[in-house]
Ligand binder design. Structure first.
Ligand code: ADQ
Length: 751
């Protein structure tokens, strides 16, 4: 209504002003028309009496008879209702006859004055009179003048009527225009509001069902950008105010994703059943991924789908291959997928680890692509997709797909569950388009990944590489402004979610104080208490730069021989993928490099390289971190590298130095580490020297800054941000389709 008033009030004022200006003009015009009419009428009357009057004046009559005849002629004319008065002036300029109604102040004109073309209007207290004079002639001789006065009161009455009609006319026009304006304005307004609502709900303008979509196009982009900025700002504010603990994830599940079903797919399972001797043990792999996603699973009682790889896994599942975990307090289930030896060899060892792993890591190890491996990879991805569909209780679950083992899975799930929210997280780097382009099935892999709703990488650099790759090899619409790629369906959002570790580390609870760890580990390794200790912890993988690390230690001892016998470097290397030739050869090369360096620099009671190729439980790994003076992470290429973060998290004494490869994703978040190029042996050796000689205050300052960052950006935040993005996406879709939002009752106002 207020909107309508905005149109009506100015319209009424404008029309009122026009009417106010027009009325006197119309009045004046009509008066002139009427005066002209009366002139013509007077002339007609004068012409009509000319003849009888001439006869009367020229007849041979006495004065009384002439006067009588004059009164008779003129008296007949006065019967006309409009004619108010009449008079006759003789040739001497005096009234020879006048009706009583002719006002006294109207006099005859002096003889000889020129004839008047038009009559005059005389105003009196009782009204106005039109007075016209017409000369009366006989045979060209002027005998006198006829004075004819017309009553003008009817003109005034008509003028008042005219004013009234003008008022009615303008009022009528105003009402009609106002009505049309209000109706059009109201309809347009509704269209705009509906269009803008559709925009806010996140519907793309091109797909908007609103007929106003085209008209709104100019503001659509601005509005979308504004909504995005506001959302990002709000999210950043909310996130920065949150303390990220497992309970935060539970709150997100409860409040933002209420009632939504969650499925996780990963190659590795969170609990492995292993038969050792006569009994079945449950092992929990030391994995950041399991640490981050377990609280999610526990809170939502979802399903974790993974390859059943333990030798006792089949013994403990039910008929549908489910097992409830955690064993001490079952709250969610694992759905195990069984693979034959051939499938595992082709899908896991072959295509994933001999093909994709070296393809995505620029570590100069040639990727191997076999068509048979690809077939297995595709078939296993299909098996997992079918499992997701069969495990899903709703048509729109949230599916968290983990890692490079499942590049084809998102599209395969999408084809069967078009409403699912699929979040794929790629834990390893994404290379540049040239490097990725050597893969014979590059388009199929990209297509598979773009079945995801959200695609996550550790760093913006990897996201950018992915944008470039999709742009290069697909006919896709890549929009870096909105972080989306559209290819064969709904757009995929590509975002950076840097993975992290839990804070505080659970395994720290049982750890002795740092001095105790230092003493215990040195004693265990047969080192004197004052020997400096460096530590490296990795899977035995060629991307981790273990040989480059050893070369740096060797070079350091060449440069600084005074440290011989005073420095030991312990390398903990978990055997990994040992059925692959490249890994077997690495194992041999690492052992021989350690041997060679020890042969050169060993002194009694101190070998410079202590190599432990075996899996350690998390507690043992943490004790080593705490015992060390420095930790050396020299990855040739690494998505993130959690060892670097774990080392920092275990050092609540704020001592110890982290040497970190610039090619690990972690280097972007931990610039206070000594950042090195692992290919530059001299630089790395210098970093070892700097670490060993760094003043305690500097160690403390660097460590404090890194610990503050990890406390804030922990693994719960990593998982929580993805879940929040999924919630945002789902809420937008629900709004767009008019579905009910989680946490609202039907009909309740949405906030
Ligand atoms: P990984 O390549 O496995 O992970 P990383 O991030 O360093 O590499 O994680 C290794 C984990 O295994 C750490 O938790 C570490 O403590 C543990 N570990 C290593 N050696 C061990 C040993 N000998 N015994 C016991 N535990 C050991 C991939 C990517 C990384 C990315 C992670 C998470 O390659 O770049 O950081 O996923 O996304």
């Amino acid at each position: 209504m207020r909107l309508s008033l905005r149109f009506i009030v100015p319209l009424v004022l404008a029309l009122g002003a026009i009417a106010y200006g027009v009325a006197p003009l119309v009045d004046d015009l009509t008066l002139r028309w009427f005066v002209r009419d009366l002139d013509v009428r007077s002339k007609l009357v004068a012409n009509a009496v000319q003849e009888p009057l001439a006869e009367t004046m020229t007849a041979d009559l006495g004065p009384a008879a002439r006067q009588h005849r004059l009164e008779s002629v003129l008296g007949r004319i006065i019967q006309d209702e409009r004619l108010f008065a009449i008079g006759y002036c003789d040739a001497g300029g005096k009234f020879a006859y006048r009706t009583v109604t002719l006002p006294r102040n109207i006099a005859c004109r002096p003889p000889g004055s020129p004839a008047e073309e038009a009559g005059r209007v005389h105003h009196f207290s009782g009204g106005s009179l039109h007075v016209a004079t017409h000369p009366m002639t006989v045979d060209g001789t002027r005998m006198g003048e006829l004075v004819i006065a017309h009553d003008m009161s009817f003109i005034e009455r008509r003028s008042a009527d005219t004013k009234k009609y003008i008022f009615y006319l303008f009022t009528g026009i105003g009402a009609v225009i106002a009505l049309i304006t209000v109706v059009i304005a109201e309809l347009s307004w509704r269209g705009w509001v509906a269009g803008i609502k559709a925009l806010i709900r996140g519907q793309l303008l091109a797909q908007s069902p609103e007929p106003r979509a085209k008209e709104l196009k100019p503001i659509a982009r601005d509005l979308e950008a504004l909504v995005r900025d506001l959302e990002a700002e709000r999210r950043m504010r909310d996130e920065s105010q949150m303390t990220w603990v497992p309970e935060t994830l539970r709150t997100i599940l409860r409040e933002d994703l209420k009632g939504d079903e969650i499925l996780i797919v990963s190659n590795r399972e969170p609990y492995i059943h292993v038969r050792q001797g006569g009994r079945v043990d449950v092992l929990r792999p030391a994995s950041g991924l399991v640490t981050a996603l377990e609280p999610v699973m526990r809170a939502c009682s979802g399903t974790w789908i993974a390859h059943g790889a333990g030798n006792a896994d089949r013994e403990v599942v039910d008929q549908k291959d489910h097992v409830r975990v955690p064993p001490e307090n079952p709250s969610y289930q694992i759905r195990r997928v069984w693979l034959t030896k051939e499938e595992e060899a082709g899908y896991y060892y072959g295509f994933a680890n001999e093909g994709l792993w070296p393809l995505c890591h620029i570590a100069h190890t040639r990727p191997v692509f076999r068509a048979s491996d690809w077939e297995h990879y595709r078939a296993v991805n299909k098996r997992f997709a079918d499992t997701v569909v069969s495990e899903s209780r709703t048509p729109n679950p949230i599916v968290l797909v983990q890692d490079y083992h499942f590049a084809l899975l998102p599209r395969m799930i999408r084809e069967q569950l078009p409403e699912a929210t699929i979040i794929t997280f790629w834990h390893i780097p994404w290379p540049n388009p040239e490097a990725f382009g050597v893969c014979p099935w590059r388009a199929e892999l990209l297509d598979g990944m773009l079945g995801s709703s959200i695609l996550g990488f550790h760093t913006q650099f990897h996201c950018n590489n992915f944008f470039d790759t999709a742009d290069r090899y697909l006919e896709a619409r890549v929009d870096r402004e909105t972080f989306t790629i559209s290819y064969g369906g709904a757009p995929t959002e590509v975002h950076r979610y840097p993975i992290s570790i839990e804070w505080p580390l659970q395994g720290l609870a049982g750890q002795p104080p740092v001095p105790e760890c230092r003493r215990a580990i040195r004693e265990e390794l047969g080192l004197a208490p004052d020997v400096a200790l460096g530590v490296g912890v990795d899977r035995l993988d060629y991307t981790k730069g273990i040989l480059e690390r050893f070369a740096a230690i060797e070079r350091f001892l060449e440069m600084e021989p005074s440290w011989i016998g005073r420095l030991a470097f312990v390398q903990i290397a978990a055997p990994s993928r040992s059925s692959i030739d490249e890994y077997q050869s690495l194992d041999a090369r690492v052992r021989s490099a350690a041997q060679r360096i020890n042969d050169r620099f060993a002194s009694p009671g101190c070998k410079p390289i202590i190599l432990k190729i075996e899996h350690h439980d998390a507690g043992r790994v943490y004790t080593h971190y705490r015992a060390a003076d420095f930790c050396f992470v020299s990855s040739l290429h690494d998505g993130m590298n959690l060892v670097a973060k774990e080392f920092v998290a275990t050092r609540e004494d704020e001592r110890g130095v982290l040497i970190l490869s610039q090619f690990a994703g972690a280097a972007r978040e931990l610039p206070e580490a000594l950042i090195v190029n692992p290919y530059d042996t001299e630089q790395c050796a210098a970093a070892v020297r700097d670490a060993l000689t760094m003043a305690p205050d500097e160690q403390r300052a660097r460590m404090r800054s890194m610990r503050a960052l990890l406390q804030e950006f922990n693994v719960y935040r990593w998982a929580g941000r993805m879940l929040l993005d999924a919630a945002r996406m789902r809420n937008r879709r629900r709004l767009a389709t008019g579905m009910r939002l989680p946490g609202t009752t039907p009909g309740a106002p949405r906030t």
